[in-house]
Design a protein around this ligand. Structure first.
Ligand code: SAM
Length: 376
């Protein structure tokens, strides 16, 4: 492990860059929404490293940049005079925390940002956060970015996910575990324990990598009873995974949007594709480019959902599209086509703007449309 640590922080791999790009995009959007709504939040980066990843910023410095950016937003400033943000940075290696503190000393953070650095095993860091009563009601985001699949037990994930207003972004280097499943007799015990606790099928022969991933997602869903959304990052030799565990459908939708934007695919994709998308189309900064094959796919799914249910509300369709990992923009476009083709009919349930789109985040709380399947 020491060699791995040295290598990791000296050189940022493309896979790590993609992971941190996603973290950057997700946390920026999260901070905007949560600080705007609640005027406070707690972010815990419990495997934080030393702040630097080769020449690039590591997760702690990315977070602090974004916090400064969000706190300077004129709309947030107008709504909240001093939004309160608490950050926990933890790493079990003291040299990493020392290295991080050197970076932190150079920053000028506003007084309403409270920084707590600890050098503990992650379980102890979680305990300290949970046991502080002041943290109970705050919206909380945990970034868990260990080196190895075996670092975090599923019991800890269950414990954190049960806290009020909590989201978890968990990195699991899954590929090594997947490959070993075909050599069960040689499997190390730590790997057996991981596969047994993190999959719903256990140590069996998996059809392929997606079968293995599906089993992990099913198990994490079962244990946490929350929305669970994977993002697969594929480089030349391996596939790794970020998993979002969230109580809120808006968190799931944000992740759906970002994964499609970064990779043009539902579950994520190769580093090569991400690089091409970012450089050629510049989608990340210029907004959302609709992928037509995905709209067709969600259209088929929504139509068969309507066929099976005869009627539904827009909330049902928002939920259905979200848990199938489609951006709501795609679902909305698909619904427009189904209306034009007279396959469904819409009735308004409220008096809001009749022309407004009805499958979007704003409408995710209350039904505003009834949708009927038209039998031909
Ligand atoms: C992949 S690195 C984190 C990188 C960091 N997110 C970044 O962007 O630079 C994993 C870190 O977890 C730390 N670590 C490993 N096991 C740990 C544990 N049980 N508790 C806390 N930290 C741990 C390591 O020292 C290492 O710095």
């Amino acid at each position: 492990m020491p060699n791995k640590t040295k290598h990791f922080f000296n050189l940022q791999s493309e896979s790590t860059a993609a992971k941190l790009k996603f973290y950057d995009l997700y946390i920026t959007n999260y901070l905007f929404k949560i600080v705007m709504q609640f005027g406070e939040c707690l972010i815990a980066d419990l495997f934080c490293g030393c702040g630097q990843n080769g020449d690039a910023k590591g997760s702690p410095l990315i977070l602090l940049d974004k916090i400064i950016y969000v706190l300077n937003d004129p709309i947030i400033k107008k709504k909240w005079k001093e939004p309160k943000i608490i950050i926990y940075f933890n790493d079990k290696e003291s040299k990493n925390i020392d290295g991080l503190c050197v970076h932190l000393k150079k920053l000028h953070l506003p007084n309403n940002v409270e920084l707590i650095t600890t050098c503990d095993n992650y379980g102890e860091a979680i305990r300290k956060i949970i046991e502080n009563p002041a943290n109970q009601s705050k919206p909380k985001f945990f970034f868990l970015d260990p080196y190895s699949y075996s670092a975090i037990s599923i019991e800890e994930i269950k414990k954190i996910s049960a806290l009020p207003k909590t989201e978890i972004l968990l990195f699991i280097p899954v590929f090594f575990a997947y490959r070993f499943c075909s050599q069960k007799e040689n499997m190390p015990q730590a790997l057996k324990d991981f596969v047994s606790s993190y999959t719903d099928k256990g140590v069996v022969d998996y059809d392929d990598f997606m079968d293995f991933m599906g089993s992990i997602v099913a198990r994490v869903k079962d244990v946490t009873n929350e929305f669970v959304r994977p993002f697969i990052i594929e480089d030349k030799s391996s596939k790794n995974c970020l998993i979002l565990i969230t109580q809120h459908i808006n968190g799931l939708n944000l992740m759906n949007d970002l994964v499609w934007k970064m990779t043009g695919r539902k579950f994520g994709g190769s580093i090569k594709t991400m690089r091409e998308i970012e450089s050629e189309k510049n989608q990340l900064s210029m907004g959302f480019v609709v992928k037509h094959s995905a709209v067709t796919e969600v259209q088929k799914k929504l139509f068969s959902f309507m066929e099976n249910n005869a009627s539904a509300t827009n909330i049902d369709l928002i939920h259905y599209s979200s848990v199938n990992y489609f951006p709501l923009k795609y679902a909305n476009q698909a619904m427009s086509t189904l209306i034009k083709e007279q396959k469904i009919e819409i009735r308004r349930l409220d008096h809001d703007n009749p022309k407004s789109i009805f499958i979007n985040e704003k409408y995710s709380r209350r039904p505003s449309r009834a949708i009927f399947y038209l039998k031909k």
